[in-house]
Design a protein around this ligand. Structure first.
Ligand SMILES: [Zn+2]
Length: 217
């Protein structure tokens, strides 16, 4: 299974909204091509949440789904958030990266936990956004979690009560983060936070908080 979790991959092309503030051109299509993945062969796109640095490749410059044969799974709470947005920036994100998917008929809204396969389970982990989702992987006795923006910076492991600046509901995000950190340690999951300097690592208890240990690159 290919994994695209690092945020620079999700920013999108230079025409995408997140390029304006990040100055980063996302590299997802190039990296998929390097792995020999044809976008037409992708059947499912799991969207962790609707921040623009995570959905920049939803559509092409021409406004068509980048993965024309895929269903795009988005949590209903995040879809509603953006579909009903009145803020100008969020309206632009919706019209450029989400509405075209609706017009193409490829949106699948999730609500509770969503079993993608026997080994992949999408779980609602709200707080960062109302519909933020993480992907648990249980395969061949190994466990991982693509945790998107559950934790935005390693300092939040040292101080688990520290909300991220982009957490829409800081209290809810803290509660979700605390609960998941306990589960991650208990299950021994390798984690892939979207915004850490290293894409994969493990988390262990350390005093009153946790310690991040990146996997060798
Ligand atoms: Zn985010």
């Amino acid at each position: 299974m290919g994994v695209a979790s690092c945020w620079t991959r999700g920013v999108g092309p230079t025409s995408a909204p997140a390029f304006g503030w990040s100055g980063v051109a996302g590299s997802l299509p190039t990296e998929l091509a390097d792995m020999g993945v044809d976008p037409r062969s992708v059947e499912l796109v799991l969207i962790s949440h609707v921040h623009d640095d995570h959905i920049g490749w939803n559509v092409t410059d021409a406004g068509a789904p980048t993965f024309p044969n895929a269903r795009y799974v988005i949590h209903r709470a995040d879809w509603d958030l953006m579909a009903n947005a009145t803020d100008e920036e969020d309206r632009e994100i919706f019209t450029t990266t989400l509405e075209p998917l609706e017009h193409a008929g490829v949106v699948q809204l999730s609500e509770a936990a969503f079993a993608v396969t026997d080994e992949l389970r999408l779980e609602h982990a709200s707080g960062h956004t109302p519909g933020h989702q993480v992907l648990a992987i249980d395969s061949d006795g190994e466990r991982a979690l693509l945790c998107a923006d559950l934790v935005n910076h390693p300092v939040q492991l040292l101080q688990p009560g520290l909300a991220g600046a982009s957490d829409m509901d800081p209290v809810g995000a803290n509660a979700t983060r605390s609960a998941w950190l306990e589960r991650i340690v208990r299950d021994g999951r390798t984690v892939a936070p979207a915004h850490f300097a290293q894409p994969f690592g493990t988390i262990a208890r350390d005093g009153g908080g946790y310690r991040w240990a990146p996997l060798p690159g």
